[in-house]
Ligand binder design. Structure first.
Ligand code: 26Q
Length: 823
C-alpha cells in the first residue's frame, strides 16, 4: 500500500468515490440522494475525504507513538487555517478523481469547495504562519503537533456601512458541523484558576481552591502533501467541571445555577480581534493559561507514557512559543515538575530552559505583553510565586555578571516596577527558552539590538537567531493559482509534486524569461486571474472592474504602522493630478485599479477612520467621468484566507509599505511575489530578503531606511516643520480631504492630524519618494515585455520563501527532531 491508496485501498477509483459520497448523503446526512444542494454535496464530499484522512491520521499517530521519537509542539493562540476540502484533496492526490466523481453526480467541484466556511481562528500574519508551518511539518513528515484553542467564534465578520464605517458581526463558524475535527470527549484535563498557593519547603507549594474548568480535546487532521503522514492539531474547548449548581437551581435561582458553567464556557468563546497591540483583559489571560496548562499536561502525560526518566524530558519534547502568548508555559512546566513530579528546583529549571524556544513577532513597544501583577496574583497565585522565584535567581546571576549595574537589573527584570507592578512576558519567555528568534533578518537584528539588547550582553549573541518566515507553496500557488501551477509544470518539464516540495526548482523558469511564447502564456494566466477576481467582485459586491487596468493591491490588517494612509493619500494625489490634466494628456496614462482589504481591530479608532476614508474617496473617484477610466479604487469587505486566494493571483503590484523597522516580516509579500506580482515596498521586514533573491531591479523600493527613522522622529518632535513646508503636494492632498471634497472633511481630522502633528510613522517623510516609486511602476508597466519578464523572474527566485525551508530550519537547528516515514 502506498500513501495514495488510503482507506479504500487500491479502489480509490472514481466509482468507489461516487459510492462513498452517495453513501454519506444517505447515512451520515440522512438525506435522499436526489435531493441534495451544493451545501449538502459539500458535506458528503467532505465526509468522504475525511474517511481517508482518518485512516492516514490513525496510522501515523499509532506508528509514531510506538516509535517514541522526539516531538515538537507548536503552541499558538491562533491557527488561521482557511478552508480544508481543496487542500485535503490536493494533499491526498485525489483532486482529479473527486472532480470526475462529483461531475458524474451532477455537481461541480469548484462550487462545492466554495460552500465551505473558513476556519478563521486567527487575526492575520501570526495565525496564518502557524497554519503554513503545520502544512510544511506534515509534508516533511516531521513529528510536530499544534496546540491551540477551539474558539466558538473566529475573527469577526466585517461589514461596511453605507457611510463607510466598519461594522463587526460574529463569526459562528461551527454552526454547520465541522467534518475536519475529531471530538475527543474522553481526553479531558482539569485546569485551575484563582484559589491560594501555600509554600512548603524546597521551593514546593500546594495550589488549591478556586475554580476548576475542564479542557476537552478536538483533533484536527493535518495531511502532508503526497505522503501518508497526517499530523495533529489539538484544539481545546472549555467546559464546566460540574454541570450546574443544583442547590441554586432547586431554589429557583436559575441565573446563579448556570453562572459558573457560563463562566467556564466563556473561556474559549471568542478569539480576541487585536493584532499587534496588547490588551490587558482578564479573560485573555484566562485563555492563555487554560490553553498552556491543558497542552502541557497533555504533553507531560504523553512523555510519561514512554517510561523515560524525567530528566530526559528535553530529549523527547521541544516546545515552540509562538510569540509571548504561551509564555505561562514556562512557570507552568516549573509547577508541574517541582510541585507535582517532585523534581528539585534547579534540575527543573534546567529541563525547562532546554525545552522551550521563543519566536518574537514584533518590536513595536505597544504590542509587548505586560500583565499587572495583582491580576496575575489573583488568577494564578502559584505561578506568580514561581515567576518571582525565577526572577530572583535570574537577577542574582545578572548581578554577578554586571555588579552594581542597577539600571541594567531594572531593565532585565521580569517585573516592571511601579504601581502596579507588571510581568514582562517577553523577558520571561527569553529567560525560559533555549533560543529566541525573529522572523526576518532585519527584524532579528532589531530584536538583538533593541528589545533584547541586555539579554544579548548577558547570554551572548548565539541564543538570538533568525528564521525567516515562509509560506506553503501548496496553498499559495498550486491551490490558489492552478493555471500558473500547470504552466510552471509544463515549462519546467518536471513533475508538480517535485517542484512543490523543492521550491528552488522554480529557478528553471529563468531561462524562459525572454521567450516570447512563454511570456505570452505567462501574461495570459495573469489576465485570466484578473478576470476571475473581477467576476468575483462583480457577483459578490455588484461592482464592475476594468480588467485591462493595472491591478494594484494592498491587503492586510489595518494598522498605522502598515501605512494604508500613505496608499490612500497617494491615490488622492493621483486623482488630483489626473483632474488637472487635459483629456489628451490623460489618454497617455496607465489605467490603474487599486484594491484594499483588511480588518481593523474593533477598538482601533484611527484604523477604522482609515477604512472610512478609503470607502468615501472611492465613492467620489469611481464616479468621476473625467478620471474613472484611469483610476478606480475598491475596498473589499471581510478580507479572509479565501478572499486572499482570489486576490493574490490577480495582483500585478502589491504594496508592503510599512515604516522601515516596524513590519517584522510580512508574509503576504511572499505570496504575491510567488504568484508573479511585483513588490512595491519599503526596505523593511522580509521585503529586503525578497529583493535580495529576485534582484533589486525587480522590486520597487522607496522610503527612508531603518537607521534614519529614529532620528527623523526625534526631529519631528523637537523641530517640527509644517507639512506645507516639508511636502507641499501632501499638504494639498490633506487640505482637499479636509475641505470636503470626499464628504464631510471634519470627520477625518483626527486621522489627518496624526500626520500633520506627530507623524510617528513618517508618512510626510516618505511621501515624495513614494510618489516617485509609483511613477516608476507606471513607466515599467508601459514596457509590456519588460514587465512580464520581471514577473517571471520574481516567481522564479522565490524558492527561499517556502515554509518547508523555514520548518526544516526549526527542526534541525532548534528542535532536533527527525523525519519519520510511516510505512
Ligand atoms: C496580544 C495580547 C492580547 C490580545 C492580542 C494579542 C495579539 C494578538 C495577535 C498580539 C499580536 C498578534 C499578532 C501579531 C502578528 O500577526 N504579527 C505578524 O506576524 C507575522 C508572522 O511572523 C509577521 O509576518 C508580521 O510582520 C507581524 O506583524
Amino acid at each position: 500500500k502506498t500513501w495514495k491508496e488510503g482507506i479504500r485501498g487500491v479502489d480509490s477509483d472514481v466509482p468507489s468515490i461516487t459510492k462513498s459520497i452517495v453513501n454519506h448523503v444517505q447515512t451520515s446526512l440522512a438525506r435522499q440522494a436526489y435531493n441534495v444542494d451544493n451545501v449538502g454535496a459539500y458535506q458528503a464530499v467532505a465526509l468522504s475525504v475525511r474517511d481517508d484522512l482518518i485512516a492516514n491520521w490513525n496510522e501515523t499517530q499509532l506508528y509514531t507513538t510506538n516509535k517514541t521519537p522526539k516531538r515538537a509542539y507548536y503552541l499558538s493562540l491562533e491557527f488561521l487555517m482557511g478552508r480544508t476540502l481543496d487542500n485535503a484533496l490536493l494533499n491526498l492526490g485525489l483532486k482529479q478523481k473527486y472532480n470526475e466523481g462529483v461531475e458524474k453526480l451532477g455537481f461541480n467541484l469548484e462550487d462545492i469547495v466554495d460552500c465551505e466556511r473558513d476556519a478563521a481562528l486567527g487575526n492575520g500574519g501570526l495565525g496564518r504562519l502557524a497554519a503554513c508551518y503545520l502544512d510544511s511539518s506534515a509534508t516533511q513528515e516531521l513529528p510536530v503537533w499544534g496546540y491551540g484553542l477551539r474558539y466558538k467564534y473566529g475573527i469577526f465578520q466585517q461589514l461596511i456601512a453605507p457611510d463607510g464605517s466598519q461594522l463587526e458581526a460574529p463569526d459562528p463558524w461551527l454552526n454547520n458541523q465541522n467534518p475536519w475535527e475529531l471530538p475527543r470527549l474522553d481526553v479531558t484535563i482539569e485546569v485551575r484558576f484563582y484559589g491560594h498557593a501555600e509554600r512548603l519547603d524546597k521551593g514546593k507549594a500546594i495550589w488549591s481552591g478556586g475554580q476548576e474548568v475542564l479542557a476537552v480535546a478536538y483533533d484536527v487532521m493535518i495531511p502532508g502533501y503526497h505522503t501518508k503522514n497526517t499530523n495533529n492539531l489539538r484544539l481545546w474547548e472549555s467546559k464546566p467541571k460540574r454541570g450546574f449548581d443544583l442547590d441554586s437551581f432547586n431554589a429557583g435561582d436559575y441565573d446563579r445555577a448556570v453562572a459558573s458553567s457560563t463562566s467556564a464556557e466563556n473561556i474559549t468563546s471568542v478569539l480576541y480581534p487585536n493584532d499587534n497591540t496588547y490588551i490587558g483583559k482578564e479573560l485573555r489571560l484566562k485563555q492563555q493559561y487554560f490553553w498552556t496548562a491543558a497542552s502541557l499536561s497533555d504533553i507531560m502525560r504523553r512523555f510519561k507514557n514512554t517510561g523515560k526518566n524525567i530528566s530526559e524530558f528535553p530529549d523527547f519534547v521541544a516546545i515552540q512559543l509562538n510569540d509571548t502568548h504561551p509564555t505561562l508555559a514556562v512557570p507552568e512546566l516549573m509547577r508541574l515538575l517541582v510541585d507535582e513530579e517532585d523534581v528539585p528546583w534547579d534540575k527543573a529549571w534546567k529541563i525547562v530552559t532546554n525545552t522551550f524556544f521563543f519566536t518574537n513577532h514584533t518590536v513595536l513597544p505597544e504590542a509587548l505583553e505586560k500583565w499587572p501583577v495583582p491580576l496575575m496574583q489573583n488568577l494564578l497565585p502559584r505561578h506568580m510565586q514561581i515567576i518571582f522565584d525565577i526572577n530572583l535567581q535570574f537577577l542574582q546571576s545578572v548581578e554577578r555578571k554586571f555588579p552594581g549595574d542597577r539600571d541594567r537589573l531594572a531593565r532585565m527584570s521580569i517585573i516592571q516596577e511601579g504601581t502596579p507592578q507588571y510581568v514582562r512576558m517577553a523577558n520571561l519567555a527569553c529567560i525560559g527558552s533555549r533560543k529566541v528568534n525573529g522572523v526576518a533578518e532585519l527584524h532579528s537584528e532589531l530584536v538583538r539590538t533593541t528589545i533584547m539588547k541586555d539579554f544579548v550582553d548577558y547570554y551572548g549573541v548565539s541564543k538570538f537567531q533568525n528564521v525567516t518566515n515562509g509560506i506553503t507553496p501548496r496553498r499559495w500557488l498550486d491551490q490558489c493559482n492552478p493555471l500558473l501551477s500547470d504552466l510552471i509544470t509544463e515549462t519546467l518539464k518536471i513533475k508538480k509534486e517535485v517542484w512543490l516540495r523543492d521550491l528552488y526548482k522554480l529557478e528553471g523558469l529563468l531561462k524562459f524569461a525572454d521567450d516570447p511564447t512563454f511570456q505570452k502564456k505567462w501574461a495570459a494566466v495573469k489576465q485570466s486571474n484578473k478576470e476571475r477576481l473581477a467576476h468575483h467582485v462583480e457577483t459578490q459586491f455588484g461592482i464592475k472592474v476594468n480588467t485591462s487596468a493595472m491591478f494594484d493591491v494592498q491587503v492586510k490588517r489595518l494598522h498605522e504602522y502598515k501605512r494604508q494612509t500613505l496608499n490612500i493619500l497617494g491615490v488622492v494625489h493621483r486623482y488630483l493630478t489626473l483632474k488637472a490634466m487635459s483629456p489628451a494628456e490623460r489618454k497617455k496614462v496607465n489605467p490603474r485599479v487599486v484594491f484594499f482589504a483588511g480588518k481593523a481591530a474593533p477598538g482601533y479608532y484611527i484604523a477604522k477612520l482609515t477604512i472610512k476614508l478609503i470607502v468615501n474617496v472611492a465613492r467620489v473617484i469611481n464616479e468621476d467621468p473625467d478620471t474613472k477610466e484611469y483610476l478606480s479604487m475598491f475596498f473589499l469587505p471581510d478580507y479572509s484566507v479565501s478572499l486572499a486566494e482570489i486576490l493574490i493571483p490577480a495582483s500585478e503590484v502589491s504594496q508592503h509599505i510599512s515604516t522601515a523597522g516596524t513590519e517584522a516580516s510580512g508574509t503576504s509579500n511572499m505570496k504575491f511575489c510567488l504568484n508573479g506580482g511585483l513588490l512595491l515596498g519599503t526596505v523593511d521586514g522580509a521585503n529586503i530578503e525578497i529583493a535580495e533573491e529576485v534582484g533589486e531591479s525587480n522590486v520597487f523600493f522607496f522610503g527612508h531606511l531603518t537607521p534614519a527613522v529614529e532620528e527623523l522622529r526625534y526631529k519631528h518632535t523637537y523641530h517640527p516643520v509644517p507639512v506645507e513646508e516639508k511636502c507641499p503636494p501632501l499638504a494639498k492632498v490633506l487640505n482637499e480631504i479636509s475641505s470636503g471634497r470626499f464628504g464631510d472633511g471634519s470627520v477625518y481630522e483626527p486621522l489627518l492630524n496624526t500626520i500633520r502633528q506627530v507623524d510617528y510613522y513618517l508618512v510626510t517623510e516618505d511621501f515624495d519618494s513614494y510618489i516617485r516609486a509609483l511613477e516608476m511602476v507606471d513607466t515599467a508597466y508601459q514596457d509590456r515585455n519588460g514587465w512580464i519578464k520581471k514577473s517571471i523572474c520574481t516567481t522564479a527566485k522565490m524558492g527561499k520563501f517556502s515554509s518547508d525551508r523555514a520548518i526544516m530550519n526549526y527542526a534541525e537547528e532548534y528542535w532536533n527532531i527527525e523525519q519519520i516515514k510511516v510505512p
